[in-house]
Write a protein that binds this ligand. Structure first.
Ligand SMILES: [Zn+2]
Length: 496
């Protein structure tokens, strides 16, 4: 049986990767695509890191896996969960916070579905995780406590995290059992090991010793950060080093043929990025201004008695929560006020929010669409989901071609919207920004003149899927969703 290597490159943007490959920039990405398959994939909604990474490792939408976004309101604990952008950004906000939230809360409290690590190891396979934030498994690992205690003073004496058998997590877990490797790119200058340089080095060490278990997931976070800062086109220099790594990896196994005889290699991303406008006043839509007249909860803080609305921006989208006492009349005022802002693209909400019955509503300045799942409905989408609707399909670029529903500008819109709004921790109302814009509240800094993502639009939602060395009995998806990666890995490893 072949082993599986899954490389997740944050914000890897399919159309740009393909364009640069055509320019001859990435010979090793090219070689692997030529030997296998490259397709544009589809992310989830919201197309944002933590939610999408969780979909990659669980094969589920947020309604099943519980991580709705990178910023949401946790009802059970009256607490705002906030996992800003990349590890680099998180570290700037305080190392202690970063590790408490990432290391413990995200995996222990919020994640509701089994990870691929768990599914495989419970079926007798051995797996490894290198720096992937959703690392949960069943094997206890001791964390580098002196380091952690320095940052998080109130932790119990010994902290154990549960991961796959082979877990490498930055400076926190440097030397797992039975692996003959040593991390060199650690410390503050290397994001405490949560850095591409470290992931690359560890992958190549595992290759040099041929220590990859049945399944290995390696995560490369930096492309997202560079792309936010420089824009998705300019940031492509970030991939040069990754292309070199692919070359070294192939060479370590004696060339492409012998490498692919031993491995199925998958390369993907969690979402893509679109360009943002350079003028800050124009670029950023401040929800406190747009919702002038309502009492907004202070960003990042629990509800207080006076506030009526809590806004949780996630880059190019945001969700709103309302106090129970918020009346239908006020909801309508909120919708009207948001629709009057010309930089807002769509309002996406549970139909129950306006007492419109079951299902979901999308509204823009140009129309309103109400849709819901129904067996033997009006039409099926490209993934076999059956739907009914009333109103304007155009608000999600919906088209009917030979009674198949497609959504060219908002790929797989219905399934993605349902997968978000059915999540219990989702706000009932989502707002998406038109291309070029982000949604903010005052303390959030927009990525002006760079790149961003998280909306339903295709430009935010198109990571590639490259698969090389797939066993011949495996059918690769024609239109891959990031949720299709788990079944692909399970099939290769002959696990149900
Ligand atoms: Zn990002």
């Amino acid at each position: 049986m072949k082993r599986v290597l899954l490389l997740v490159i944050d914000a890897l943007t399919a159309p740009l990767l393909v364009k640069e490959m055509e320019n001859g920039r990435y010979p090793n990405f090219q070689k692997l695509s030529d030997a296998g398959y490259l397709q544009e994939g589809i992310s989830i909604f919201p197309s944002i890191t933590h939610a999408a990474l969780t979909s990659i490792i669980t094969g589920e939408y947020p309604d099943k896996h519980g991580i709705i976004a990178s910023h949401w309101y946790d009802f059970a604990n009256d607490k705002v969960a906030y996992f800003s952008g990349s590890p680099g950004m998180m570290l700037q906000k305080g190392v202690g916070n970063f590790f408490r939230e990432f290391l413990l809360d995200l995996n222990n409290d919020h994640l509701k579905a089994l990870t691929l690590f768990q599914k495989l190891e419970r079926n007798g396979h051995e797996t490894a995780c290198i720096n992937f934030p959703l690392y949960r498994g069943d094997v206890p690992h001791k964390v580098n406590m002196p380091l952690l205690l320095k940052w998080i003073p109130n932790l119990p004496e010994s902290t154990v995290v549960y991961g796959p058998k082979k877990l490498l997590l930055g400076d926190l877990i440097l030397n797992p059992n039975e692996l003959d490797i040593e991390a060199s790119f650690t410390g503050a200058a290397n994001w405490f090991g949560f850095h591409d340089k470290n992931t690359i080095d560890l992958v190549l060490q595992l290759a040099a010793n041929d220590e990859f278990p049945d399944f290995t997931l390696a995560y490369f976070p930096q492309n997202d950060e560079t792309s936010h800062a420089e824009g998705p086109v300019a940031s492509h220099h970030q991939l040069d080093r990754l292309d070199e790594m692919l070359g070294d990896l192939i060479a370590a196994y004696g060339g492409l043929d012998s490498f692919l005889q031993q491995f199925m290699l998958i390369i993907t991303g969690d979402h893509s990025q679109s360009e943002t406008l350079a003028d800050k006043a124009e670029q950023a839509i401040n929800l406190e201004e747009t919702l002038n007249g309502f009492q907004m909860a202070q960003a990042g803080q629990p509800w207080n008695d006076d506030s009526e609305i809590m806004a949780c921006p996630n880059l190019r989208t945001a969700h709103l929560y309302f106090k129970d006492s918020f009346t239908p009349g006020k909801v309508q005022m909120v919708l009207d006020q948001l629709l009057a802002e010309s930089r807002i693209d769509q309002l996406i909400y549970r139909a129950s929010l306006t007492d419109s019955g079951q299902g979901y509503v999308v509204q823009t300045q140009n129309g309103r669409l109400h849709f819901w799942r129904e067996e033997d409905g009006k039409a099926v989408d490209q993934f076999g989901n059956s739907w009914c609707w009333t109103g304007e399909l155009a608000v999600v670029d919906g088209r009917l071609q030979e009674s198949i529903l497609t959504f060219p500008d908002y790929p797989n819109a219905f399934e993605r919207i349902a997968g978000a709004l059915d999540c219990t921790t989702s706000g009932p109302l989502w707002i998406t920004a038109k291309l070029g814009h982000e949604l903010i509240v005052p303390h959030i800094k927009p990525y002006v003149g760079g790149g961003s993502h998280a909306s339903l639009h295709r430009l935010d939602s198109q990571p590639p899927l490259i698969v090389a060395g797939a066993p011949q009995n495996i059918t690769l998806p024609k239109l891959p969703r990031i949720t299709d990666i788990v079944p692909l890995c399970l099939a290769c490893l002959e696990t149900e």
